[in-house]
Design a protein around this ligand. Structure first.
Ligand code: HEM
Length: 498
């Protein structure tokens, strides 16, 4: 049997170097997508690029191809993602568990804290956090405010309170500072980082875990964060178990709900503790960055800002009844559009664990001129789910796919052919929360939190871009807004209006 790469005949861009392949273009271009979105136009929704050291990598933005990849057991996290996940969250975290059945069991148990009903219970937490941002903005010095740190702290506060029943003060300064360092670390991309990621993917896990005992700053920060998260998880479980023993009333946070689940499907204390880091971290900057991008777009589109504010004022104006955020069409369309153009995870790395055939919606023309509508890939093939590219396909979103236009979600111009993501199945085609068995556990949580925070901020403040500032997008683990010096930031002129 020929074991030669089966994708060598798939066209793609030339590789500028053997060492880095196309990876610097993909990951470190000045603006995220400078090369990738051009490749999409030239080569179509499936093409081949070079990884470090001459590896062949397949980029897939094709709807049927993506639907297959996110659902197929033949593809698992690629080596780089796997190492990062193990280092940050641990192998026993729901994101770290590889085997399908074990993953399904832990995810189903964790879901008690993330059902529609459970998430509705967190609404008062989100409302409190949103009011805190308002207070901080009122006390901010005159001039542009970088909204990123405020949003990061707010989303950490929301997740720690809703997941663990802990306020930021309960978490302690040390945890919060360490957390800030971990998040900052994740935003410091460089060529060395790309190379060490590639080299890292060749190291076995035991070597990676011995490396984290090296006293370098980065590893020390990550090691401290993991140790601290485990200690914190153990403390939370101890306190809540003691409260239950004393028959005190249990809270409705995620940890409390998990500990109350005594069915055979429930998790052991140890399994619950192993979720602390993922529960606290996965919900923080993902949500904060999406909010920052949303506010930046609002500052660029004053007419949209006014319409959205009018919708919010009309709905919030009806005092008394609790606000039903799902019933604000423009607010939801606005959030969907921000998620589409700024997906937190624009690229998701996968590797084939056995030979597989990937079906395609759009045919591709191979180097020999043959048209194919399905692709054979061998075990070990690296594949990138090119989510941000998929979100810009004209066939899916229309000829104005690159424009920020929330009304596309209302006027029916979005192609409803192949629904793949969660959130109102009938029209969320976007893969910002992925889809299939690895769908984001916290998507309902994130949506309600963003609805509450945006409604509060847009009702009370106006947003404008400071003169001469141009915010760009970079991908450094996740998609971030950066200033002209490449530092994570979203500077805005924010004025109280109500
Ligand atoms: C706008 C906000 C968010 C976005 C865009 C987002 C996106 C994602 C994506 C793309 C994945 C799949 C990762 C992969 O396998 O490649 C994921 C997984 C996950 N997310 Fe989120 N997320 C968000 C907020 C949250 C929140 C608020 C929480 C929890 C409080 C959360 C918890 C998780 C967990 C536990 C997983 C792992 C699921 C699994 O492996 O089965 N996320 N998220």
């Amino acid at each position: 049997v020929c074991r030669r790469s089966t994708i060598w005949h798939i066209p793609g861009p030339p590789s500028p170097s053997w060492l880095f392949g196309n990876m610097l273009q993909l990951l470190l271009s000045p603006q995220y997508g400078d090369y990738e979105f051009e490749w999409l136009k030239i080569y179509g929704s499936v093409y081949r690029i070079k990884g470090c050291f001459g590896q062949d990598r397949l980029m897939v933005a094709d709807p049927a191809g993506l639907q297959y990849l996110i659902n197929s057991p033949h593809f698992v996290q690629g080596p780089v993602l796997e190492n990062v996940v193990n280092l940050l969250y641990g192998e026993k975290s729901v994101l770290g568990i590889k085997a399908g059945a074990a993953h399904r069991r832990v995810k189903a148990a964790l879901n008690v804290g993330f059902t529609a009903g459970a998430v509705r219970g967190y609404q008062p937490v989100f409302e409190r956090v949103a009011r805190l941002i308002t207070e901080q903005l009122e006390n901010a010095p005159v001039g542009p405010t970088d909204i990123c740190p405020l949003l990061s702290l707010a989303t950490l506060g929301a997740v720690s309170e809703a997941a663990a029943g802990y306020s930021l003060e309960d978490l302690g300064d040390q945890f919060v500072q360490n957390n800030t360092r971990v998040v900052a670390l994740a935003s410091g991309g460089s060529a060395i980082q790309v190379l060490s990621d590639a080299v890292g993917s060749y190291f076995p896990m035991w070597l990676m875990s011995s490396m984290i005992h090296l006293p370098t700053t980065a590893f020390k920060t990550l090691r401290d964060a993991t140790v601290r998260a485990n200690e914190l998880g153990a403390q939370i479980v101890r306190e809540k178990t003691e409260a239950a023993r004393q028959e005190l009333e249990m809270d409705n946070d995620v940890f409390s709900l998990l500990l109350q689940d005594k069915s055979e499907k429930g998790l052991s204390d140890k399994e619950i503790i192993a979720q602390t880091a993922i529960l606290l971290l996965a919900g923080q900057d993902t949500t904060a960055n999406t909010l920052a991008f949303a506010l930046l777009e609002l500052a660029k589109h004053q007419d949209l800002q006014e319409k959205l504010r009018a919708e919010i004022h009309t709905t919030l104006g009806a005092a008394g009844a609790p606000v039903l955020y799902d019933s604000l069409p423009l607010l939801n369309a606005f959030i969907k559009e921000a998620l589409r153009l700024y997906p937190t995870e624009p690229l998701s790395d996968r590797i084939a664990v056995q030979d597989a055939v990937i079906p395609l919606t759009n045919y591709i023309t191979t180097a020999s001129g043959e048209r194919i509508t399905a692709m054979l890939v061998r075990k070990g093939q690296l594949v990138t789910e090119a989510i941000a590219s998929y979100h810009r396909l004209e066939s899916q979103w229309g000829t104005d796919a690159e424009d920020f236009r929330p009304s596309r979600w209302i006027d029916g111009s979005v192609n409803k052919g192949e629904a793949i993501g969660p959130w109102s199945r009938k029209n969320l085609l976007s893969l910002s929360f992925l889809g299939g068995p690895r769908t984001c556990l916290g998507w309902r949580f994130a949506v309600l939190e963003m609805q509450v925070i945006l409604a509060e901020l847009v009702a009370k403040f106006s947003f404008e871009l400071p003169q001469g500032e141009s915010v760009q997008t970079r991908v450094i683990t996740t998609l971030l807004p950066v200033d002209s010096e490449g530092k994570k930031a979203a500077p805005l002129h924010i004025t109280r209006i109500l």
